[in-house]
Design a protein around this ligand. Sequence first.
Ligand code: TRP
Length: 334
Amino acid sequence: MLNGKKILYSGMQATGTLTLGNYLGALKNWVNLNEEYECIYGVMDLHSLTVRQVPADFRKNARALYALYVAAGLDPEKNCIYYQSHVSGHAELGWILGCFTYMGELNRMTQFKDKALRHEDNINAGLYTYPVLMAADILLYQADVVPVGQDQKQHLEITRDIAKRFNAIYGDVFTIPEGYISQSGAKIMSLQDPVKKMSKSDENVNATILLLDGRDSIIRKFKRAVTDSDTVVRYAEEKPGISNLMDIYSCVTGKDYAAIEKEFDQKGYGEFKMAVGEAVADELEPLQKRYQSLMDDKAYIDSMIKKNDEKAAYYASKTLRKVQKKVGLTERMF
Ligand code: TRP
């Protein structure tokens, strides 16, 4: 608990630009959570180092992610939005927790196995201990709830296991975090292969809507979206392309499936795709404008980063000191 509210923690990696999937599946749903929770969001730049980064681009991407958080509606005065690498406690707690994590557990992580296959030339130890750092992120802030997508559930599970193991030895040090399932939001799939998740690393540019794509390119990509040979706009498992477009349309307009089916009754896929494209472009336009003005206002972003980094560092140090003491490290005198 913090300021009388439960603590919610999440974050995204600072690599490349975000996709419509990141936005509709996560970011958009984080806005307003601060009414119920004390919300802390990290720019997860240490995690991004598990794959090779070009330093100048990396720095720009991290800042862009910060600005996108704010542009999407997360008020940095009401949410603690900070840089993971600016709080040294993540790395310090990560080390300690690594000593309470078994290789057998890490060997079972499906994301490690997938990434190891994709980056065969750079299967580094950081990639392997990625879940330990993620556990440190969450436990450092005593988070009660963590909104994560399906692909991060296993990492949240191992976080809980590590925390319980630690608590069993040293007493109630860590809050055991729960997953946060949001009411709205959906898993957005590729526009070209709708059984695959929409991903920024997709080779086919038409598969993915980037948050900073212009109106024309958004509409063009939706026009080319892969559907099926049927003609009816209907939500069904055997129609993954149309169902995905319906999910997207529903997220941006707030209409449910029945209303969408009715709206496009007797109308072709072409008209539907066009409507989805327009709706998405309309949704993203104000966000993109805010993003641009934030990127131009260096002093404002800098001041928010500084203020929130300090706040995060303060919360983190409380947990870290406690952990260091519990495991028997000698108290420091400076
Ligand atoms: N691994 C997460 C992802 O790629 C990002 C992340 C890092 C995270 N640390 C976290 C998410 C802590 C939630 C909580 O999506």
